[in-house]
Design a protein around this ligand. Structure first.
Ligand code: IMP
Ligand code: MG
Length: 173
């Protein structure tokens, strides 16, 4: 495993992002962070504690990945609560093709929130068919497949405190 972003680097950036969201939503009366399961679990847990504002959290689950390649996103779990009239920040682990975020945005917008913003820890530097307008980006990274801090390969490696690039032998079997 090659460490791409250390735990300290991630923690420092997440604190900055939390401070930014706290400023931007200082006057919001109903801020809801919507985490996209399962990859955003570490990021959401740290980000919410870096936000100095009253907030709610919610979750949805979308599945699109098999191994190291993405497919068509499929909604697995709908939002648990109601975001009607709320200021929603969708919290993603990583944007690759953007199709997962697009599916989550459609889901959230169906409930007619007051506003929707996108927040991702990582954004891959690739050409996308659809370029989502992302308000908060933690790190721009290369096109490599990464794991850790919530991100998985076949459900493994989510518990690593850093983001790393697995060696070929680590993701083959
Ligand atoms: P997109 O829909 O192509 O933007 O892919 C986003 C989803 O695919 C993320 O929510 C991740 O779950 C997964 N994904 C994309 N790239 C990676 C990666 O490098 N490692 C692990 N999961 C990834
Ligand atoms: Mg995943």
């Amino acid at each position: 495993m090659r460490v791409l972003l250390s735990s300290n680097q991630i923690q420092a950036r997440v604190r900055e992002m939390g401070a930014g969201i706290s400023r931007d939503y200082a006057t919001s009366t109903d801020l809801v962070l919507v985490g996209v399961m399962r990859g955003s679990v570490c990021f959401l847990a740290d980000l919410m504690r870096a936000i100095d504002r009253p907030l709610r959290i919610d979750f949805c689950a979308v599945r699109s990945y098999s191994g190291t390649s993405g497919g068509t996103p499929e909604l697995v779990t709908n939002l648990l609560g109601d975001v009607r009239g709320a200021d929603v920040v969708i919290v993603e682990d990583i944007i690759e093709r953007g199709v997962t975020l697009q599916a989550v945005m459609q889901l959230v917008e169906r409930q007619e929130p007051k506003s929707v913003a996108l927040c991702t820890l990582l954004r891959k530097d690739i050409v996308r068919n659809w370029e989502p307008k992302v308000r908060y980006v933690g790190f721009e990274i290369g096109p490599e497949f990464v794991v850790g801090y919530g991100l998985d390969y076949e459900q493994r490696f989510r518990n690593l405190p850093y983001v790393g690039i697995p060696d070929p032998g680590e993701i083959d079997g």
